[in-house]
Design a binder for this molecule. Structure first.
Ligand SMILES: [Fe+2]
Length: 409
């Protein structure tokens, strides 16, 4: 770790932390209604399973997890990252996992941020150690192959920093299980061999590269989605923002700003409560923090501190189509979420999963440029809940921000 006084040299730039988060990579829920939840996220929303992990192998006897539902953990993706959304069985994990305990109300399994290099992960681990920040664990997990370290925020939400998640390409196969030999359960010594060289080694060892998991989307591809036939009339193209209910907004804000390096974008006072929006890149916010007192006022589930998980769809027309599609499938679109609570996103549809987690479907995220200033409130589009105009006038940053790479299906 190269340090100049209190600054850290991150790729030649002097920063306050020895790493720089670039984006939200993946996110996880611990679910009680496991089977319904997996169906909801895969068949309805279109996340594709890239691998699963059978936790029943950790049970001392079958009785230990009898009646708790599907014991497998699911890794799912919308793009080429091996996983964007992971789903674990909350009750099975609680029955088996004596090492890792979630605070009551924490149903988020992980909030996972991509940093710029493996060295940044290594330097983060050293720095957290020096600062006395409790690290849950570090290493490299399979499936997914990403190098990482895990730490808690003040409310007990697990945050993960990682580099180098496995990419699933055109043939749809995940990495074969026999290649899991390069997993680590401690901070790795740097440098490490590249993934390409790992694959070269596997080829030399005679590994069949198409022996990993390959998912086939169950519903037929009958919708013309901007020229491509897909099983549902929309495509998720981006994950996040993550919105959290917290006990103490100032404490959570300090952690995400000073320890993880988030940049505050804006704050909002709603019914006298201060809500804070922070970013890691050009998006208006990647993370929103709300006082937990708002949870009941908004009519959201008392079982979770997750206020919402954002899922960006490819465009506004797909958002409208998603609303009618989901309604037809019996999913209720919640009209009660005040647009003042999600500045920077104009139109959004909120739905809840079978466990009561709120999901924020949207199509646009305001982009913040070099001067760091969000658009003045009076220049933003006025959005009325439940009204869906046929078309919209573009904004200066319409279709800006991180684009989706590769084909949609
Ligand atoms: Fe992860």
């Amino acid at each position: 770790m190269t340090r100049t006084q209190s600054k850290f040299n991150v790729g030649g730039l002097l920063l306050n932390q020895p790493f720089k988060i670039r984006r939200l990579g993946h996110f996880g829920f611990n679910l009680v209604n496991m089977e319904e939840g997996v169906r909801f996220y895969t068949e309805l929303l279109g996340f594709r399973i890239s691998d699963n992990n059978d936790f029943s192998r950790r049970a001392k006897s079958p009785e230990q997890i009898a009646g708790l539902g599907d014991p497998r953990g699911y890794f799912t993706r919308y793009g080429t990252d091996h996983h964007a959304l992971v789903l674990f069985n909350k009750r099975v994990r609680e029955a088996l996992d004596t090492r890792r305990r979630f605070k009551p109300g924490v149903t988020i399994n992980q909030i996972t941020w991509q940093v710029g290099s493996l060295r940044e992960v290594g330097d983060a681990i050293k720095w957290f150690g020096e600062k006395g920040i409790q690290i849950q664990r570090s290493g490299r997990d399979m499936p997914g192959s990403n190098w990482h370290t895990y730490l808690y925020d003040p409310d007990g939400h697990t945050n993960e920093l990682y580099y180098g998640i496995e990419q699933i390409g055109w043939n749809g196969y995940s990495k074969p299980k026999v290649m899991y030999n390069r997993s680590f359960d401690e901070a790795p010594k740097l440098p490490q061999m590249s993934e390409f060289d790992e694959v070269q080694q596997a080829l030399k060892d005679g590994v069949n590269l198409t022996s990993g998991y390959r998912y086939i989307d169950p519903p037929p591809a009958t919708y013309d989605v901007d020229g491509v036939l897909l099983p549902r009339p929309f495509k998720i193209v981006r994950l996040g923002p993550v919105s959290l209910f917290v006990q103490d907004v100032e404490a959570a804000e300090a952690f995400y700003r000073d320890t993880l390096g988030f940049v505050p974008t804006e704050e909002v006072s709603w019914r006298g409560q201060r809500c804070v929006f922070l970013r890691v890149n050009t998006e208006h916010h990647s993370l929103a923090l709300y006082p937990i007192a708002l949870r009941e006022q908004l009519g959201l589930s008392a079982d979770t501190t997750c206020m919402s998980l954002g899922l960006q769809l490819a465009n506004y027309r797909q958002l409208r189509d998603a609303v009618s599609f989901l309604r037809k499938q019996g999913i209720k679109i919640t009209d009660g979420m005040p647009p003042e609570l999600y500045p920077g996103i104009d139109y959004a549809a909120h739905i809840v999963d079978p466990d009561g987690h709120c999901l924020q479907l949207y199509y646009y995220m305001e982009q913040v440029g070099w001067d760091g200033r969000p658009r003045p409130r009076e220049l933003r589009r006025v959005v009325r809940n439940g009204e869906w105009p046929d078309t919209l006038e573009p904004l200066s940053d319409t279709y800006h921000g991180e684009p989706f790479l590769g084909p949609w299906g």
